[in-house]
Design a protein around this ligand. Structure first.
Ligand code: PLP
Length: 386
């Protein structure tokens, strides 16, 4: 068997399109040059519809966690109260970051595999009556469980019940889902490059509402590399970044903008819904239990809790026999689930590939062969969409 072809189905990093690789291989340019100013302004503004913001998007050279840390240090100060919705390992990380900076964090625990309902947030805020909440943090798409939180209705609750900033970790869904920062009441929205934005790891993005921008401008806290005010000022005055950026990745981001525009942003969103629905229909046809309900299902990653064959065994077999890489579970779900990423540079045919490999893998582990069953169901979903 030829194993030099590899298939990446993790929820980040994700496959890189050729156009993006080619753009990243363009000759280097100086980051204090007029060429770079043209480049960064082009990318920062063309990304605006993807983040649903009317302000240019800040591009940091670091991973998503640093942008989340930046979101914390630029808004929440020692002793401030913050609510963090914790529905999985990334919500947990967000809470830890805020705690590390001395915030008093009120964790709203949600059962892993479920979304946070507006009613849960509402009741949690009611219980904190009298506590001045500086910020509410939410994970838009909880990558560890494959849950998409109802960010619009959560934002409405934050807006109606508090004066807090609403800060959203959109790392594993921005570039795949619709978002409108004003309408969703999001003040800071963060993502990283290696997910639905089809880039290698190395860039992090922060988008702002008017209020979010004002908050970072007024922040009295000490910070340096993660100083978003310094970032915004440098961008506005010089169309550059405060420190040396990953120029090649930003060149790649320009190609990503062109790809999203060519496909059409609405079509990108629709494709991710199609990928989700094909994947879920196929997995169900193999009697593989899904971790989430239809209502909570993420359009970018699907988590499966197999009962008859262990998740790590399936993961290993896919790698060994088909060079397919998927992800395992994290923390409490380690060893219990596997996760398939389907975001960014991913097509319906990619879903068929991984489903057919799963059919063969389950048969290899002694299950009654269901050759073609998952592919058939996924194709039926496809046929209804197009
Ligand atoms: N938040 C979410 C929801 C994620 O999925 C990830 C990474 O998988 C992160 C934060 C951390 O981002 P990074 O690994 O780019 O630091």
């Amino acid at each position: 068997m030829f194993l030099d072809q590899t298939y990446l189905f993790t929820p980040g990093p994700t496959p890189i399109p050729n156009q993006v690789n080619e753009a990243m291989a363009r000759p280097m340019i100086g980051h204090r040059s007029p060429d770079f100013s043209v480049l960064i302004e082009d990318v920062a503004t063309r990304l605006q519809p993807v983040f649903g913001t009317k302000h240019p998007v800040a591009i940091l050279t670091s991973s998503g966690t640093s942008a989340l840390e930046a979101a914390v240090v630029n808004t929440v100060h020692e002793g401030d109260h913050a609510i963090v919705i914790v529905a999985g390992s990334f919500g947990d990380r967000l809470a830890s970051i805020a705690e590390n900076y001395g915030a008093t964090v009120h964790r709203l625990p949600i059962e892993w595999g479920k979304s946070c309902s507006p009613e849960q947030l509402d009741a949690f805020i009611d219980n904190l009556e009298g506590v001045p909440i500086k910020a509410v943090f939410a994970t838009f798409n909880e990558t560890s469980t494959g849950v998409l939180n109802p960010i619009h209705t959560l934002g409405q609750v934050v807006k109606e019940k508090t004066d807090a900033l609403f800060i959203v970790d959109g790392v594993s869904c921005i570039g795949a889902v619709p978002v409108d920062m004003e309408n969703d009441h999001i003040d800071l929205l963060v993502t990283s490059s290696q997910k639905a934005l089809m880039l290698p790891p190395g860039l992090a993005f922060v988008a702002f509402s008017d209020r979010g921008l004002q908050a970072i401008r007024e922040c009295p806290e000490r910070r340096f590399y993660l100083d978003l005010k310094r970032y915004v000022d440098t961008y506005e005055k010089q169309k550059s970044t405060p420190f040396t950026p990953a120029v090649s990745l930003i060149q790649g981001a320009q190609a990503v903008c062109a790809m999203i525009e060519d496909e059409g942003w609405e079509n990108v969103i629709r494709r991710h819904l199609l990928l989700r629905d094909m994947m879920r229909a196929g997995l169900r046809a193999l009697d593989l239990p899904l971790l989430t309900t239809e209502e909570d299902a993420s359009p970018t990653v699907t988590a499966v809790r197999p009962e008859t064959v262990s998740a790590p065994d399936i993961q290993k077999a896919l790698k060994k026999d088909f060079s397919i890489t998927i992800a395992g579970g994290q923390k409490d779900l380690k060893g219990k689930i596997f996760r398939i990423g389907h975001m960014g540079y991913c097509t319906p045919f990619d879903v068929l590939k991984v489903l057919s490999a799963l059919e063969l893998t389950l048969a290899k582990f002694g299950q009654k062969p269901r050759f073609g069953a998952a592919v058939k169901k996924a194709e039926e979903v496809y046929a209804q969409y197009v």
